[in-house]
Ligand binder design. Structure first.
Ligand SMILES: Nc1nc2c(c(=O)[nH]1)N(C=O)[C@@H](CNc1ccc(C(=O)N[C@@H](CCC(=O)O)C(=O)O)cc1)CN2
Ligand SMILES: Nc1nc2c(ncn2[C@@H]2O[C@H](COP(=O)(O)OP(=O)(O)OP(=O)(O)O)[C@@H](O)[C@H]2O)c(=O)[nH]1
Ligand SMILES: [Mg+2]
Length: 461
């Protein structure tokens, strides 16, 4: 079969396995002619209007055997996902059908696409910038509603708009510096220094805001590691089970039941929490239990959120106080458990000293207060307002690193003017900041970076 197209790529866009339908996507100049060769419909594809389904059959290019009954849609460049001519063949789902149809497309002149190649083309054709292309992977990978929302916001260009706005401010002041340098006879240097300061402050403030959002962004994207800690027998494992809604961990009346860390994922208000049930913290001679206690203490330091459990039915003990000291500078909630029993937790006003929104009273046995605890956990992570539909958060470590670099460039620019250097010195730093921000959008992205990013995609995306 003659090759009719320069670089037409094809891949299955849907998940493998039996399904109602599957979509084979073909992209590149000449892809309409490629598919035309194997498509028999009432209407020829090239005469069909763009973005309109056409009914027909796919045939084997050599034997003309009918392979499947299909719907085909053509999307004319540049109005398509990749920005190139695109044809999609919607077949019946199932590996034999999809295998034969894809094979026919390849024999008609397309080549199998590499992972992420459609999205890479969308980037190279200017349909998406790099941060938007990265959002496509995040969107596909998102397991919770909040993660989906953040990724979609980025795909729609939320982060890009913020970055472009900062670059505008920098570009304006860089232009002003040019004028100062080119026409030194006009005494404009003082004005320029003020403008540099103002631009630096404005952009730095925006960068700081974005970097501050990255903590929550990461938690939303990756999940919140939440450690349940406390003395033995206060009901930590019971609490894990109550949050999980199933008997995940072993519960007994014997103190020191849990040794290894037991974990379970739960979703609260669109955020994923990995709940870690740990060994009760006490001094012990038992070697196995001692190692468990060490791990518990490690989790107090490393968790994104600490749930410190107290037994409301028994008096406060010295271990409780020690633990409270350890957690007070970490993100924590204090959970007073066993409220179904008579309350004997006297703690000399220590509880009253804590911010009251940090204290939740529950019964892991009856389930009272457990929903309130879950809501409170989500609030601690998301802050007051939660992840609103319009909020833009940085979730990507590449973006974080570039924002930090840009911030350092701006610090350097400010130092240059404060120390009385001529404005051309600050100009170098401002340009560096402008470029680092541009790297978020992929302005100077080389082949290596692009390959690293797009190779993480699934086939057919
Ligand atoms: N069948 C199918 N579903 C899909 C995709 C796809 O490629 N094919 N997508 C792939 O990820 C997503 C949707 N993304 C898309 C983005 C742009 C265009 C597109 O044709 N845009 C044109 C026309 C818009 C219009 O008619 O107004 C444009 O922007 O000019 C299509 C899909 C999710 N669902
Ligand atoms: N009445 C009552 N009993 C509870 C409650 N929560 C836990 N218990 C009981 O307290 C005992 C200890 O519960 P666990 O969940 O095993 O406690 P733990 O903190 O995991 O204990 P270790 O693993 O030994 O550190 C068990 O007998 C539970 O049934 C509660 O809310 N009310
Ligand atoms: Mg336990």
């Amino acid at each position: 079969m003659a090759t009719v197209a320069e670089d037409v790529i094809a891949a299955v866009g849907t998940a493998p396995g039996e399904a109602g339908i599957a979509v084979i996507r073909v992209s590149g100049p000449g892809c309409v002619q490629v598919v035309e060769q194997i498509f028999r419909g009432r209407q020829s594809l090239k005469d069909a209007p763009s973005h309109r389904m056409v009914y027909g059959a796919v045939v084997d290019p050599d034997t003309a055997e009918v392979l499947d009954e299909v719907l085909v849609v053509r999307m004319q460049a540049p109005r398509s996902y990749t920005g190139e001519d695109v044809v999609e063949i919607h077949t019946h789902g199932g590996s034999a059908v999809v295998g034969r149809v894809l094979n026919a497309v390849v024999r008609a002149g397309a080549r199998p696409a590499e992972p992420g190649e459609f999205t890479k083309r969308a980037f190279l054709n200017g349909r998406l910038d790099l941060s938007q292309a990265e959002a496509v992977i995040d969107l596909i990978r998102s397991k919770t509603d909040a993660a989906r929302r953040l990724a979609l916001e980025q795909l729609k260009g939320g982060l890009s708009a913020r970055v472009k706005q900062m670059r505008e401010i920098l570009l304006d002041v860089m232009a002003q510096i040019e004028v100062t340098i080119d026409y030194p006879e006009h005494d404009v240097e003082d004005v320029t220094i003020e403008q540099i300061r103002e631009a630096v402050d404005q952009v730095r403030e925006q960068i700081d805001e974005l970097l501050a959002s990255s903590r929550v962004g990461r938690l939303v994207r990756e999940g919140v590691r939440t450690a349940i800690v406390g003395r033995p027998n206060v009901g930590k494992s019971s609490l894990l089970n109550a949050l999980a809604g199933r008997e995940r961990a072993i519960v007994t009346a014997i103190p020191g039941t849990t040794r290894d860390v037991v974990d379970e994922w739960i979703h609260v208000r669109g955020v994923a929490f990995q709940i870690l049930d740990t060994a009760g913290i006490r001094t012990t001679e038992d070697e196995v239990e001692r190692i468990g206690v060490e791990r518990s203490l490690k989790w107090v330091e490393e968790a994104d959120l600490v749930l410190c459990v107290l037994d409301g039915s028994s008096p406060w003990e010295k271990e409780d106080l020690e633990l409270l000291e350890r957690i007070k500078d970490r993100p924590f909630l204090l959970v007073v458990n066993k409220i179904d029993l008579p309350q004997r937790l006297t703690c000399d006003g220590r509880l009253e000293e804590l911010p009251q929104h940090r204290i939740v009273r529950v019964s892991a046995r009856t389930g009272d207060g457990v929903q309130e605890l879950a809501d409170r956990m989500a609030r601690v992570v998301l802050g007051g307002e939660g992840v609103s539909a319009s909020s833009c958060m940085v979730t990507n470590v590449r973006h974080m690193a570039l924002l930090k670099e840009a911030r350092e460039d701006l610090d350097a620019a400010e130092r240059a003017v404060s120390e009385g250097w001529t404005v051309d010195v600050a100009a170098v730093d401002l340009r560096a900041a402008w470029e680092h921000l541009g790297d978020i959008l992929g302005e100077r992205a080389g082949e290596e970076l692009l390959n690293r990013i797009f190779s993480q995609f699934c086939l057919g995306k």
